[in-house]
Design a protein around this ligand. Structure first.
Ligand SMILES: [Zn+2]
Length: 258
């Protein structure tokens, strides 16, 4: 019996290592990516949300690590770039209201995910959509860990360009990886709205430059004090303003509705 268990442990750890090695080998530029250590704590044990989570994510550690790599690959060109050094992610599933949030600063960040939100999503949409939502939310929160932050314009405060950059980029990375339905992208609003409104816009700019999200992220290191207009000009050319690009984007949305 002991032998069988040992063999099983061996097989599962080989499979796990292979998953990581495979990811690294897909692209030689990411071979040395340092996967953060994941400290996963299920604080919602015994709740229905916890049971659903365990069903859709049977192995949370490699699941979170894999998404960390995909987020880094969306924001950077290679593992040699100035990627914030996240050594550890303390990830908790908790029986409380809200959806998800990131706290802390590298080298250790924490991410909370609500088991009540998992229950609500399951009731409304079933397992497949809960996994889609769980992955989408994870893309958003991991982006907060890996993204660069604008300098010289104060800190995170709703309604400021700093906040628009932080939340807009998090939803842009989520959308770029396929975790918002394109049917949610509608005309109207402002690029200063943050979250999805800004995120869809930033993602659309990858039509103009496939590396737009990487370059826009990197502009936080290159432009001090940072602003949307300065970053747009820096990445896409002097002839642009954020407003001119936004109105071009609005025209595209209106046309694609017809
Ligand atoms: Zn956020």
């Amino acid at each position: 019996m002991k032998k069988i268990i040992l063999i099983l442990i061996f097989i599962s750890s080989v499979a796990y290592l292979n998953a990581q090695e495979n990811c690294k080998w897909v692209d030689p530029k990411w071979r040395n990516f340092q996967f953060p250590e994941i400290e996963f704590t299920n604080m919602a044990e015994g709740t229905e949300g916890s049971d659903i989570y365990k069903r859709i994510v049977p192995d949370a550690v490699p699941f979170i690590q894999q998404h960390a790599l995909w987020v880094a690959q969306t924001l950077y060109w290679s593992d040699q770039d100035s990627i914030p050094n996240i050594e550890k992610i303390k990830y908790t599933l908790e029986d409380k209201d809200g959806i998800s949030a990131k706290g802390g600063q590298p080298p250790v960040i924490n991410i909370f995910y609500s088991s009540r939100w998992v229950e609500k999503s399951e009731l409304a949409q079933g397992d497949e959509k809960v996994l889609y939502e769980t992955r989408g939310v994870l893309y958003h929160e991991l982006t907060h860990g890996f993204q660069l932050e604008p300098q010289g314009i104060g800190g995170y405060k709703q309604g400021t360009e700093f906040w628009v950059f932080i939340e807009g980029m998090a939803d842009a990375v989520r959308f770029h990886n396929g975790f918002f339905p394109v049917s949610d992208r509608k005309p109207g609003g402002s690029w200063m709205d943050g979250y999805r409104k800004t995120g869809y816009f930033l993602e659309w700019l990858t039509c103009k430059d496939p590396d737009f999200l990487r370059k826009f992220n990197k502009s936080a290191l290159e432009i001090i004090p940072w602003s949307f207009d300065k970053a747009m000009k820096h990445v896409l050319g002097e002839q642009h303003t954020t407003d001119s690009l936004w109105s071009e984007y609005q025209d595209f949305l209106i046309k694609s509705q017809n």
